[in-house]
Design a protein around this ligand. Structure first.
Ligand code: AHR
Length: 683
């Protein structure tokens, strides 16, 4: 065995021993040193000399069904241009520049196109476009560029719709064309709006080719004028085929995670740059025509990744969110403004004596989710097509706030909400950092206030994740439960565009997550953040799932999340080496669970070292064991390796069978790998 390998396999204590060894060399004859070295080498080859034992009959605590969830924020074009399947950008001309995303197809683009503003008579959707074509001399059209193009699939049906009126009643026809990147037509349809009053017109047609960067042209043929608004194009293959719904492939990626909860809508987007632009759920429900478009706060956040065309149509609003959570069998966890704008931006706060509208919003959301048809907001939900309650059980107060201002505001919210809804679990937060002055203040004060679930955020380098695998081993069990509400290992630091979803980051998260799972008696919810990123339109990295206009792929981090989530189990089991939890000895991190529903033992073993580890794991259990088990391995030889649109499965979990020998498992853990063993108990 090479000395270099010997060195890198050992922790700090072993490194000290190696230094001592070099000192000893001076004092002992060579043959003694060779003998000692050989003995040590034999010891390493014959791993393990520390038996690993899983105490199957001594479950420590229940693992909450909510343990592994997802964090959804409209960042990186996650909603508009992402999961919300609308293909037309700026469909209602409400962006600051009303024609952003549109191009006038005409020699003299200054004539014939007028943006009108209805002002007070329609405050939620004031603008529309008036097209006037006085003669047939030249071609006249509008082109929409989509969200960095439109993803179009051959043979698929597309539904085009708009609101229109034809005040003069002249025969001005509309011809819709989808064109590919070379300008060739790959789908066409037409309609003739005739009504003098606003009316919705729809037409469906099939695409004849696949294209990820298509555009849509609307040609005006004939003479006359038309007023147009809410110009929309949806694919037919939305999630559950809901008209105007969500992109099915992206929802499927979420469904495959079997999430325990969905945090929504963020993230800083909850808070707003200033209070006026905070996320207000009431503006995101009802007819999409009346959901007021708002600038997305990530539009202007980073100079290194400007996104001037990033707005929120709220097509995926709070109703769709609750519906998605229901579809996925996940608990909804809405996070609401607590009257504090983003403290990295304006840091505006609503005075304590003017918090009422903010608290009212939270109370009304509970009524919208759970109230009966005879309550004001319950009735709105019923009218939107969901008579049954959404069974909201938790609600978050503020996103990533810090300081005494937060504590005061949380206290006011808690008093009011608990007064009316004592069974509602409240989620509070400790700010952006997992330690330091503000973290300590929040922990102390939230303990004093008997907070129930407290959100902690960790964005840090992979080494932090390895070192913090023991973070919760010594947390106080008498106080609140932990929501690891936002975390991601960063290959660079902070909001750096060079951050990569590489294997080094993903495996460090896996190691850390064994610590979350081992402490599932105190950690009850966890979510990686952010969730989605469009490959051409992102602002923040790293992100769990990347997509273009046609496809998507899971990062190595996604597969780590998935392997934890779908192998959750119902109870934590002790997994010990010499009476110690496995928290990095020889680079090995581990957790174990029992699934009482399937009668299986689940072992999660993360080998972060560059060497293969051979471990004999004794299953201390009375029941018999099925000799055939299932093993899933996620690994890469390169710490820098990433998945991509071109190589979506470069790092991908591979399943195989393995044999259990009596009541022990011989685990051959490949270098830099994450392995999940499922072992069936026989009654
Ligand atoms: O996940 C990205 C951002 O990180 C979130 O919006 C915010 O809560 C955190 O600072």
């Amino acid at each position: 065995m090479a000395c270099g390998l010997f060195y890198c396999q050992h922790d700090a204590k072993d490194q000290r021993e190696l230094v001592n060894y070099h000192c000893m060399k001076k004092r002992f004859p060579l043959f003694v040193l060779v003998f000692v070295w050989l003995m040590m080498a034999v010891r390493l080859d014959a791993q393990p000399e520390r038996p690993i034992v899983v105490q199957v009959d001594r479950p420590i605590s229940v693992i909450q069904p909510t343990m592994w969830g997802i964090f959804f924020e409209d960042i990186n074009f996650a909603a508009d241009g992402g999961i919300y399947a609308e293909l037309v950008k700026n469909r209602s001309f409400e962006f600051a520049k009303p024609l952003m995303g549109w191009k006038v197809l005409k020699k003299d683009a200054t004539e014939g196109v007028l943006i009108l503003n209805r002002g007070e008579s329609n405050v939620t959707n004031p603008r529309f476009v008036r097209i006037t074509r006085p003669n047939m001399e030249e071609k006249f059209g509008l082109e929409n560029e989509g969200f960095r193009g439109m993803g179009i699939k051959t043979g698929l049906t597309y539904h085009f719709s708009l609101l229109a009126r034809n005040p003069e009643g002249k025969p001005l026809k509309i011809r819709i064309e989808l064109v590919n990147a070379s300008g060739e037509v790959i789908g066409t349809a037409s309609m003739a709006p005739e009504s003098a009053e606003w009316k919705r017109y729809t037409v469906s047609f099939s695409a004849t080719a696949t294209e990820s960067k298509a555009k849509m042209n609307i040609w005006f043929e004939g003479i006359g004028s038309l007023d147009l608004d809410m110009i929309s194009l949806f694919p037919d293959d939305t999630w559950k085929n809901r008209p105007g719904g969500l992109r099915a492939d992206l929802v499927q990626m979420l469904a495959n995670l079997k999430p325990g909860f969905i945090r929504f809508p963020g993230g800083c987007i909850v808070e707003g740059f200033e209070l006026a632009t905070r996320y207000q759920w009431k503006k995101t429900i009802g007819s999409v025509d009346e959901r007021q478009t708002s600038i997305n706060r990530w539009n202007t956040e980073f100079k290194h990744r400007p996104a001037p065309d990033y707005y929120q149509s709220f097509g995926m609003g709070f109703f769709e969110y609750f519906q998605l959570a229901e579809d996925l069998g996940a608990e909804p966890l809405p996070i609401l403004s607590c009257g504090m704008a983003c403290q990295f931006n304006s840091a505006e706060v609503a005075p304590l004596d003017q918090l009422e509208p903010y608290i009212r919003d939270a109370m009304d959301l509970i009524e919208f989710a759970n109230g009966s048809a005879d309550t004001k907001w319950g009735k709105v939900r019923v009218q939107m097509g969901h008579p049954a309650p959404f069974n909201l059980k938790m609600i978050g107060i503020g996103n990533e706030q810090w300081g005494s201002q937060y504590i005061e505001r949380y206290e006011a919210f808690a008093k009011m909400i608990k007064g009316k809804y004592p069974e509602m679990k409240l989620v509070s937060g400790t700010g952006p950092s997992p330690d330091g002055k503000f973290f300590d203040l929040a922990s102390k004060e939230l303990t004093r206030l008997h907070a129930e679930i407290v959100d902690e955020h960790y964005y840090a380098n992979p080494e932090w994740f390895l070192q913090n695998a023991t973070r919760y081993d010594s947390y106080d069990r008498k106080n609140y439960k932990i929501f690891a509400g936002e975390y991601a290992a960063q290959s660079k630091s902070g909001a750096n565009p060079e951050n990569k979803n590489n294997w080094k980051c993903a495996i460090s998260e896996a190691a850390f997550m064994t610590g979350l799972e081992r402490n599932a008696d105190v950690v009850s919810l966890c979510s990686y953040a952010p969730l989605f990123a469009h490959v051409d339109a992102w602002q923040w990295t790293p992100d769990l799932i990347w997509f273009d206009n046609l496809t998507s792929f899971g990062t190595p981090n996604y597969y780590v999340q998935k392997m934890f989530s779908i192998n959750k189990g119902s109870h934590i089991l002790p997994i010990l080496a010499g009476n110690q939890p496995l928290t990095g000895q020889n680079g090995l991190y581990a957790s174990a669970a029992l699934d009482q529903n399937t009668n299986e033992i689940i072992l999660k073993l993360v080998n972060t070292s560059h060497s293969e580890l051979n471990e004999n794991i004794t299953l201390d259990v009375k029941k018999r064991i099925n000799p055939k088990g299932k093993l899933t391995v996620l690994k890469s030889e390169s710490p820098e390796a990433v998945n991509s649109i071109e190589q979506p499965m470069l790092i991908y979990p591979v399943e195989q069978n393995f044999s259990v020998r009596g009541k022990s498992v011989h685990a051959v853990l490949q270098p830099n790998s994450f392995s999940v063993y499922r072992i069936k108990l026989v009654n």
